[in-house]
Write a protein that binds this ligand. Structure first.
Ligand code: HEM
Length: 142
């Protein structure tokens, strides 16, 4: 029983840790803080809507709300002083039939956008590393 409780509390600590924003704000700073994230998300969204691979998915989306949510999410995962209050990733993407190729297209477009914003390669990779595991919730079709 004791062993079970220790295992359970370790598992819960791991879960809490995974869901907490990183305490280190260095990535948030490297992304240009809140103003840099607003510029990045503006440019990224413009590219998503102009790209034939991703635009169709956004035809029903309220773009100002989407941008606001994405800024908060990027701010939180990069260690900034924000709390993402949007839908969880599974619920947000549930009816969109997103395949692996759609996910890869979005990542490629985000990289182009980060390049265009002059974000350092190391910071780009750190942000992508925070987002990559979300593929499990976002991709719903083969
Ligand atoms: C790591 C990858 C991704 C992240 C971090 C992400 C993040 C987000 C966030 C934060 C929202 C807002 C949720 C809300 O409104 O509460 C959202 C919504 C949305 N995402 Fe993603 N997303 C990802 C992948 C994708 C992909 C691959 C597509 C399709 C190509 C996509 C299409 C959409 C659309 C269309 C919405 C708006 C849904 C609606 O209108 O309610 N996302 N996403």
């Amino acid at each position: 029983m004791k062993k079970f409780l220790i295992t359970l509390s370790l598992a819960l600590c791991g879960l809490a840790h995974a869901q907490m924003a990183p305490a280190d704000p260095s990535l948030f700073k490297a992304l240009g803080e809140k103003a840099g994230l607003v510029r990045l998300v503006d440019d990224f969204t413009t590219r998503l809507l102009a790209d034939g691979r991703t635009a169709p998915q956004f035809k029903e989306t309220k773009i100002p709300h989407f941008k606001e949510m994405l800024v908060d999410q990027f701010c939180q995962v990069s260690g900034g002083p924000c709390a993402y209050k949007g839908a969880d990733m599974k619920a947000a993407h549930a009816n969109l039939d997103i395949a692996k190729r759609d996910f890869n297209a979005l990542v490629e477009i985000l990289q182009q956008s980060m390049d265009a914003q002059g974000i350092a390669f190391g910071a780009q990779n750190r942000l992508l590393a925070q987002l990559a595991p979300m593929h499990r919730e976002v991709i719903t079709v083969k």
